[in-house]
Design a protein around this ligand. Structure first.
Ligand code: AQP
Length: 331
């Protein structure tokens, strides 16, 4: 069976973008693959995290994943810092990848904006760690949202360069699994920015723990334009916010953009937003309820993560030890 590695940063509570772009597909991949689900806390601290909040968010992430249908008994759910192999391989990859490659990464530019000098060095070398996350397990398939496409290509380049530099055939080819439809969910406040845990506006995202009233309020306040919905997809051109809401509706109902517009074209947002709220509440509420139940027993969650870390360590240890031997470390 192919080994699949999936990561999510415990930098906040997962939102609808994480769910539609990633988590929902992870759940589906569990049949027919060996999966590792990793709460990537080493990545999270590339931007400042309050330590107590990071611990709470790590448990909350684990709870949301389990509530969404991830099965930590059949697969492996763990937090990254508990398995030292990630950091060891990342150091080797810091020395394999090139500054020029890192300089082309758009996520670094997006996250730092004008204030690049103040960014952490960790944020700059983030793609090296991401490559290590995957390759420490010789994982061959990585389900990610469309926003991570560039990082996946980077990881492939690192694997190839390592194999080339050391004249080995050690790291495998990686394949990105990118979902079609709502692969990138945008902010409810600005249709040109992706929905993000770290956006300072709570109103920009629907979190997977929001209750029905909060969801309805966020959707009611979501930025839109004054026009009615078009009857054809071409009518959404240049209407980023409108398109985002229609795409969310389509992704959650398993319909195409065209089908949603056939049913709702001609409606104003006054009518469409309540319909969208209902669809979102139906998807999010059962997950939010189960997450609250799981969070009531933090010791159980910690036990699940510790057990996952031991199983992950057992897989990664021989691979990373071999990589260290290949580069010439005494072993
Ligand atoms: N808006 C999105 N639409 C679709 N997919 C998304 N993903 C994230 N945002 C969207 C996918 O979720 C997975 C986990 O993401 P992550 O937490 O590792 O990192 P991220 O992409 O940086 O997510 P955020 O929410 O934007 O977090 P912060 O604000 O902390 O940086 C990935 O597969 C990603 O594609």
């Amino acid at each position: 069976m192919q080994r699949v590695f999936s990561g999510i940063q415990p930098s906040g509570i997962p939102h609808l973008g994480n769910y539609l772009g990633a988590i929902r597909n992870w759940v589906a991949l569990q049949d027919g693959h060996d999966c590792l689900f990793c709460l990537v806390d080493l990545h999270a601290i590339t931007v400042w995290q309050d330590p107590a909040a990071l611990r709470a968010q790590t448990r909350a992430q684990a709870a949301v994943l389990i509530a969404s249908g991830i099965d930590p008994g059949r697969h492996i759910l763990f937090n990254q810092s508990a398995v030292s192999a990630h950091a060891r391989l990342a150091w080797i990859f810091n020395c394999v990848s090139r500054l020029g490659w890192l300089g082309r990464m758009t996520q670094f530019k997006d996250k730092t904006g004008q204030d690049r000098e103040a960014a952490s060095a960790g944020l700059y070398v983030y793609p090296n760690l991401m490559a290590a996350d995957i390759l420490a397990y010789h994982a061959t398939r990585v389900p990610v949202g469309d926003d991570q496409r560039q990082h996946l290509e980077f990881a492939r380049d690192i694997a190839q360069k390592f194999n080339h530099d050391y004249a080995v055939d050690f790291f495998p080819e990686i394949e990105a699994l990118i979902p079609t439809g709502a692969a990138r969910v945008m902010s409810l406040r600005d249709g040109s920015r992706k929905m993000s845990k770290s956006d300072t506006s709570e109103q920009s995202r629907i979190t997977m723990t929001d209750d029905a009233d909060t969801i309805a309020l966020k959707i009611r306040r979501a930025k839109t334009d004054a026009e009615t919905l078009p009857r054809e997809a071409t009518g959404l051109e240049g209407r980023l916010e409108a398109r985002n809401l229609v795409e969310i509706y389509a992704a959650l109902t398993g319909s195409s953009l065209e089908q949603v517009l056939e049913a709702h074209g001609g409606s104003g947002f006054g009518a469409f937003k309540p319909a969208l709220s209902e669809v979102v509440v139906n998807a999010v509420s059962p997950i939010a309820d189960e997450t609250r139940r799981l969070l009531a027993d933090p010791e159980h969650l910690d036990h699940v993560l510790r057990d996952g870390a031991m199983r992950a360590q057992a897989l990664a240890e021989p691979i990373v030890t071999e990589a260290e031997r290949i580069v010439g470390f005494l072993k």
